[in-house]
Each structure stands twice: as C-alpha cells, then as structure tokens.
Design a protein. Structure first.
Lengths: 300, 278
C-alpha cells in the first residue's frame, strides 16, 4: 500500500492545465521530495490532495482509500503556503483550536508535545502575529503534527529559515518519520536541504510528472567526477583529454567525469610535468542533476 | 502512539462536535463577538433616547414609539415601512448579525485557517452546519442584549410598558429562532463570495435590511394576494413575529427558520463540494 497514489490527475484554471494528467506514488514512510520550478504545479497538486481544490479528472487515494474519506483525511497534516493561524490569537490558542477541531482529548499534553518537537515551548503565549517567519513555519509544522498524522504535506516549509532553522526542520522531519511512522510529502526550492532527508523524489514540470525515483536510484544515477587545479590548466586539460573521455573546465576547476581514482590522475599529470595543487572526489548533487534534467527536457 | 495505518472514520456527531468546538472557541475568544453584543444593546437604547420624531407635515413632533415594547417588535405585521419606528426594532439584529458572520467567516479565509479545517474535514457540510449554528447562537445572544438595551432605553425614555406578554414572548423567541435561518443565509452568501470580503459584507447587509421583501411587499399590497404569503421568507416571518402575534407566529418562525436553514446549508454544501474551497 502506498501513502499517496495519484492517477491521471488534472486541474486547469481558465483552460490552462496547472496539473496535467499527473501520476504519483508516495510509499508509506517515505520523505518524498517534490521538485519543480515555480508554477510547475507542486502547490496545486498538494492542494488537490488536501481537498482544497476539486480536480477536473483523475483519482487520488491516500493509504488505499479515496482522498475524500473522512477517516483518512483526519490523519492528514498540512502546511501549505502559510501556517493558517489567526494572527491575533496566541500560539497556544491556535494550537488549542486545532486540538478541538481534531477532537483530541489530551489537548494540553498534545500541544506541549508538538511545541517540544518544533522547539517552541517558550513561545506558547506569544501572539502569532508577533512571531518571526521561522517561528511561524515551525508553528505551522506543529499544527500539522497535532493528532499524530499519518501523512504530512509540507509546501516549502524551509522557506525563509536561517541555517539553524533549516537544520532544526531537517531534524524534525527525520524524527517524525522515524519515531512517528509518518509519511512526508515536501516541496522545496532548496534542493541541497531536500537531498539530505528525502528518501524519494518526484520531479514535476508544467503540471506533468517527468520522473519519480528513490534516493538510491538517484545516487546510482548521480555522476561521479574528480575536480582539480594545476598551475597550467590548459596543458593539464590537454593531457587529461588524451586519457579520459569527459574532461571539462568548470567553475575554475578541471573536472574529469565518471572517474574517482585521484591517484591515477595525479601520477598521470606528474608524468607530464603538471603538479596538482588541489584535487578532490565529487558527486553530482540533486541540484545539478535537476538542472541538467531540466535543460535536457528543454532541448527536447 | 496511534497506528499510522489505521483509519477510523469519525462519526457525523464527532466531526460536528470538533468543528463546533473550534467555532465556539473562536467566538468566545474574539473581541468582535462582544463588540457586536454591545452594539446590539446600545442601538435600541440610542433609538429610545430619540424619543421624538418630526411630523412629516412640519407640525408638532410626535413620539417615536407609543410603547416601550415597540422597540423590540412592531405592534402588528408591517411589511411596508412608512416611518423609522416601523423599521427600527429587533429585526435590526439581523443586519448586525450579517456583518458579524461576514467578518467571522472572512477571518477563516484571511488567516488561512480554513485550509486546516478543509484538510481534516472532508465533508463540506461540517463547515456549513457549524458556521450556521455558531452564528445563529451569536445572533440569538445579540437579540438578548438588544432586548436588555431596549428595555433600559425605553424605561429611561418613560414609555408605556403595557404589553401582551404572550405576544412579546412569541416575538422575541420567534426572532431568536429565526437567527438560524438568517445565519444560514449569511453563511451561504459568504461561501459564495468567499474570495471577495467586501462583497460578502455588502450582500449580507443588503439581505439583512429586508429591503427585497419590503419592495415585494409594496407590490403585493396592491395585488389581491394576502401579504401573509411573505411570511415564508425570513424577513416576512421576522415581521410577523410582533406584539399582536399568537403561538401560530412562533410555529411559522420555527418552520421558516428550519426550512431556509436546511435549504441554504444544502446549497452551500453543494457549492463547496463542487468548487475550489479558496
């Protein structure tokens, strides 16, 4: 059983497809990184899953049940665009309302638990409007976590967070999937951060899912390369090109692709009188992979 | 910890209890509710203070009301109004109520909290029913503060206090019961115009004034049709609950309020189910 299974989902606004016959599969327990450019249809897809928008066609099932089933929807937590809190109410009051909404009996205990997870225990009495952007995002996560959701849908939750906030959010998401058995669908522009936590990826473009893959598959597809610096980059490049298939000069470095034997490269260059001043093994990250994938799609 | 893969469908009672709980919590924790209660009390007190009204022919001024309880309800069914006194009674609560409902529902959308509600409540009827009931409660409370304000103001103005108690009770109870129908109408209007806060308020105000029914009444009065036919509408039934009413007027109020509440809730649920919620 999958946490989310979407088949042939479409949604149009004024005749333009925002989501175009999209298929998507999110396994139970996954942290699913949902990637795409602005306006690619990520938020629309998330809103459709949450029942905020009505699809033109297609099926959405959550944990094997139709997404309109009240039993499954009450176990969905969402942070889409903003935390959805009343600005003049305190953090506690906003969370209290959500506990009432969900019919949770031990409200104060639950509020303390989620505030603990997002490390906001000290700020329960603060009015929501007086919270910083990072705090608001964390409160949004706390709201979504109430009632122990089986599925969390988070739209750009790390937007506007500082480095420490991002680290904290990362830890929270890993914690809730490991310790609370939650499945997370997360969209983000900050692919470097996503790469650190995602177990699966879905890449969407112009409303269409162009690729779904697991982190392992992503890893196996990611190209390895050695980057190095010498005094005479042009001569070194000429030597390397005679021995290796893919050598490029990028970002002030010579990059030798599909190779990870640094010792062989160093000795080859030494033989040709090109001492290496700097060398390291690298792997193409999610961001570079995504950019490359997008540029290939544009060429097609 | 709950088993993440067990999904027990909450009963209708549990769902409504949750949604009502949130709405009542919000209502009691927002200053807006208390401000509207105060407005509902101060308006009749102020009207009572304006004890005299200029004569239309320029003659001597006449008292606005002849009896204290006319501040609460008209002495008979006056579908077509001729003076401010014919109009200014507890029916005005439905105008304040309309504005309050618009602000209350508008905040749901403005804050984004509506997303939380619709994510966890798959059934759109939960939203319609809860909002209608909570806003009906708020309007019924406003009827009570209006009554208190009217009595205090009327006593200060020195109006005659004689009244048929049964009719007075019918008039007050009838209007309180009609709050449900009115609240459902306003909830429905706010669902239709959910993306346009200004239009929501304007439409609630427009319907709350009863101007449509007053206009229709002016035509009906000229036709060989009994004006009592207007009692099938919320404003008509509100007018019919007056100081000469009997129990039948109360029954009409109950029937009209429930019928329109059902109608607007049904229609609102359909619209919310078939269209994007924000």
């Amino acid at each position: 059983m999958n946490a989310i299974e979407i088949r042939n989902l479409s949604k149009s606004f004024r005749g333009m497809y925002a989501v175009d016959h999209l298929n998507m599969t999110v396994p139970v327990g996954a942290i699913y990184g949902f990637i795409g450019e602005n306006g690619s249809g990520k938020s629309t897809t998330e809103k459709l899953i949450c029942g905020h928008l009505v699809p033109d066609e297609g099926q959405i099932t959550l944990f094997g049940k139709d997404y309109t089933d009240p039993g499954v929807r009450v176990r969905v937590g969402a942070l889409i665009e903003n935390a959805g809190c009343f600005p003049n109410s305190s953090v506690y009051q906003n969370l209290k309302m959500q506990t009432i909404n969900l019919g949770l009996k031990d409200a104060d205990e639950q509020i303390a638990r989620v505030l603990g997870i997002v490390r906001m225990e000290e700020h329960a009495k603060l009015k929501f409007k007086n919270c910083s952007l990072g705090m608001k995002q964390r409160i949004g996560i706390a709201m979504a976590l109430l009632g122990e959701p089986a599925l969390l849908i988070l739209d750009e939750p790390i937007n506007g967070l500082d480095t420490d906030g991002m680290r904290m959010m990362r830890e929270i998401l890993v914690d809730i999937t490991k310790n609370y058995g939650c499945t997370v669908l997360i969209s983000s522009h900050i692919l470097g951060e996503l790469e650190k936590i995602a177990t699966h990826y879905g890449i969407i473009r112009q409303g269409k899912m162009i690729m779904e893959l697991s982190a392992e598959e992503m890893d196996s597809r990611a190209q390895v390369f050695v980057s190095l610096k010498t005094e005479d980059m042009q001569s070194a490049k000429a030597v390397l090109q005679k021995n290796y298939r893919d050598v490029r000069e990028e970002e002030g470095y010579l990059r030798v692709y599909d190779v990870d034997d640094t010792a062989a490269i160093v000795s080859l260059l030494m033989e040709h009188g090109q001492p290496v001043s700097e060398i390291k093994k690298n792997k193409i990250g999610l961001e570079e992979y995504y950019v490359e994938l997008m540029s290939k799609k544009e060429e097609l | 910890m709950t088993n993440p893969l067990q999904f027990e469908s909450p009963s209708f009672k549990k769902r409504i209890k949750g949604m009502l709980g949130v709405d009542f919590y919000r209502l009691f924790h927002t200053p807006m509710f208390y401000i509207f209660l105060f407005i509902a009390a101060i308006i009749p007190a102020m009207i009572s203070a304006m004890t005299m009204m200029p004569s239309p022919d320029g003659g001597a001024s006449t008292p606005l009301y002849s009896n204290l309880w006319q501040i609460i309800a008209a002495s008979k069914s006056l579908y077509v109004i001729k003076t401010i006194a014919d109009y200014a009674n507890m029916n005005m609560v439905f105008i304040f109520g309309g504005i309050m409902v618009s602000v209350f529902i508008g905040h749901d959308y403005k804050s984004g909290y509506v997303k939380q509600l619709f994510t966890t409540h798959a059934k759109k009827q939960d939203y319609m029913i809860s909002k209608s009931l909570v806003c009906a409660f708020a309007m019924a409370c406003m009827c009570i503060t209006y009554l208190i304000g009217g009595i205090v103001g009327g006593l200060f103005a020195g109006y005659d206090t004689s009244v048929n108690v049964l009719s007075l009770v019918v008039a007050v109870l009838g209007k309180m019961i009609l709050s449900l129908g009115w609240a459902s109408l306003y909830t429905f209007l706010n669902v239709i115009f959910r993306r346009y806060f200004g239009i929501s308020i304007a439409s609630s105000f427009f319907f709350g004034t009863g101007i449509l029914i007053i206009g229709v009444a002016a035509i009906v009065e000229k036709l060989p049709i009994p004006t009592a036919i207007l009692n099938i509408f919320l404003y008509g039934a509100s007018v019919n609950a007056n100081l000469s009413s009997g129990i039948s007027a109360l029954i009409v109020c109950i029937a009209v309020s429930l019928a329109w509440a059902f109608f607007y809730n049904f229609l609102g649920t359909k619209i919310l189910s078939k269209s994007d919620v924000y």
